[in-house]
Ligand binder design. Structure first.
Ligand SMILES: [Zn+2]
Length: 116
């Protein structure tokens, strides 16, 4: 894929997919089941990116290479390296002048406060 086209794909990449590439998936265990004498565990990402991880365990507890399945659009032709991900995260982010400025802006925006 030509670099210009690849950059356009990155710029239009889904926000949730980008979060998962940046922060890694947040797994929830769906359940365990048996296949061919092994135990499989199905995990799903709770962030909503649609990724599933299929863990394969032997009876003695050895964990084999997991397999992943992705939603349409998650995978990008030519891949995305960590530099591309971070640059795109920063391009989309609102970056405040200080932590206090960020917290003030979030409070003014009506963000819920933690009740004590
Ligand atoms: Zn995810």
């Amino acid at each position: 894929m030509a670099r210009t086209k690849h950059n356009a794909v990155v710029r239009q990449y889904d926000d949730t997919f980008l979060d998962c590439r940046d922060l890694r998936h947040t797994w929830k265990c769906v359940g365990y089941y048996r296949v061919d004498g092994r135990v499989r565990r199905l995990l799903e990402c709770v962030r909503g990116c649609g990724t599933q991880r299929h863990d394969h365990w032997k009876q003695d507890g050895e964990r084999l290479q997991p397999a992943y399945s992705y939603a349409n659009g998650y995978q990008v032709e030519g891949g995305m390296d960590t530099w591309e991900v971070r640059r795109e995260v920063m391009r989309r982010a609102t970056i405040f002048t200080s932590e206090q400025a960020m917290l003030d802006a979030l409070t003014k925006a009506g963000a819920p406060r933690v009740k004590r």
